[in-house]
Design a binder for this molecule. Structure first.
Ligand SMILES: [Zn+2]
Length: 152
């Protein structure tokens, strides 16, 4: 991706960020989009290049709508954003913030329930154990990912 296109994209994003109100900024999570753009730019990958163009188009649409951006636009935008994120996860082994906590907490709850029932014969006992183990592993994995610079 040539730098001219990339720099233009970043400045368009900044303009859009300044033009729309705070609620919309939050809903669109502009900070995350900026990090996504930087990640996409850092890889020599055809798909990433394609996604940068898609984001570029999306920003142009949102800029045109300005403060008339509605829920449907936000939904479209989030769908696009999730597609890009799943590409970054699958192809480039990146993770989103608190990715592992989410996974290990639900794993911990499931295992806690199973062990609570089978080993202790008491769900109330297994659940907090499963939860705290899930939380501990998830936090450690998230920290590790952060250290390795793998968090989008
Ligand atoms: Zn890629």
């Amino acid at each position: 991706m040539d730098d001219k296109f990339y720099n233009k994209l970043l400045s368009d994003l900044l303009e859009l960020k300044n033009e729309i109100d705070e609620t919309k900024n939050k809903k669109l999570d502009m900070e995350l989009l900026e990090r996504i753009i930087k990640r996409l730019h850092s890889f020599e990958c055809e798909e990433c290049k394609k996604y940068l163009k898609v984001i570029n188009d999306q920003i142009a649409i949102l800029k045109q709508k300005h403060n008339a951006i509605n829920e449907k636009d936000i939904k479209e935008y989030n769908k696009m954003k999730n597609n890009v994120i799943s590409h970054l996860q699958k192809e480039h082994k990146l993770v989103t913030k608190d990715y592992y906590i989410g996974i290990y907490m639900s794993l911990g709850i499931t295992l806690g329930l199973i062990f609570g029932l089978s080993v202790f014969d008491n769900i109330a006992l297994g659940l907090p154990i499963g939860l705290s183990i899930g939380l501990a592993i998830g936090t450690a994995k998230d920290e590790e990912a952060k250290k390795k610079g793998l968090v989008i």
